[in-house]
Ligand binder design. Structure first.
Ligand code: FMN
Length: 243
């Protein structure tokens, strides 16, 4: 079963939790539907062993989030381009607002530890983040802050240093959230992440997706594929250079 980039094939996709995947993307129908499911419990993994491992997530947990749609579509495209992609829902890992006193008393929150381990287990990050007042969302910043903390023998920012990242954003506005990505890029770069050039900021996001969750516009699809190709090739090149 194939079609424009993101259809899955039950025989070829490796998933960590098939039921979770089925609640996310309808892989049984001839016209698969991207159904953004929350509460998946298990991250959904697509891909093939030996390929660059990408952890994909959105900086929004909103039920109808455009950024969740964008990163889900991107995750499936990246898999077709040869990456091993784990799509993570931050809503499945609720974490309190970072507070040094809370950390001192209770240590790193369990969900932050789980997210940090997921990051450590991947070579690259693919993040779709909305722009809030010209900047990063509090959800994404909070996740970055918690997962950057040193603990349990893991050094400060260890989950980020040496990683490659690709950045996406979506907004109903015409600029697509591009101003926010400037800040996301600066934060990640400062932590030792190689953020690939060529972010994608999807404007008019409220009318950019078809009912099944795919991007309607050919130019948007082409741009997304270019960014994903750069992310995958850069990650593969870095992995082979350091192995
Ligand atoms: C607090 C807040 C600030 C926002 N600031 C911006 C902004 O600076 N630029 C922009 O394009 N959209 C802005 N928006 C609109 C978001 O782009 C829009 O709500 C978008 O749908 C959020 O992403 P999501 O659909 O992935 O949740 C803002 C929304 C909120 C709630």
């Amino acid at each position: 079963m194939t079609e424009q980039g993101w259809t899955l094939n039950r025989e070829t996709c490796r998933v960590s939790n098939l039921r979770a995947l089925e609640s996310f993307v309808n892989i049984n129908s001839d016209a698969p539907t991207l159904e953004l499911g929350r509460g998946l419990q298990q991250p959904t993994t697509y891909g093939v062993d030996g390929m660059p491992r990408i952890m994909a997530f959105a900086g929004s947990a909103r039920r109808e989030s455009f950024n969740r749609k964008l990163v889900a579509t991107a995750a499936i495209k990246a898999r077709t381009l040869g990456a091993d992609v784990t799509l993570v829902e931050l809503a499945d890992y609720p974490i309190p607002l970072f507070d040094g006193d809370l950390e001192a008393v209770e240590g790193i929150h369990d969900n932050a530890t789980k997210l940090r381990q997921l990051m450590l287990d991947h070579d690259a990050l693919l993040i779709a983040c909305p722009e809030y007042n010209g900047s990063i969302t509090p959800l994404l910043k909070n996740v970055i802050d918690w997962t950057s903390r040193p603990a349990d023998g893991v050094a400060m920012s260890a989950a980020y240093r040496g990683k490659v990242a690709g950045l996406l954003s979506a907004s109903p506005g015409s600029l697509g959230g591009m101003r926010g990505l400037v800040h996301v890029r600066a934060i990640l770069s400062g932590m030792g992440v190689l953020v690939v050039p060529g972010d994608m900021s999807l404007g008019g996001a409220h009318s950019a997706f078809s009912d099944n969750g795919a991007l309607i516009d050919d130019k948007s699809n082409a741009r997304l594929e270019r960014i994903l190709s750069t992310l995958i090739s850069t990650t593969a090149a870095l992995s082979s250079a350091t192995s």
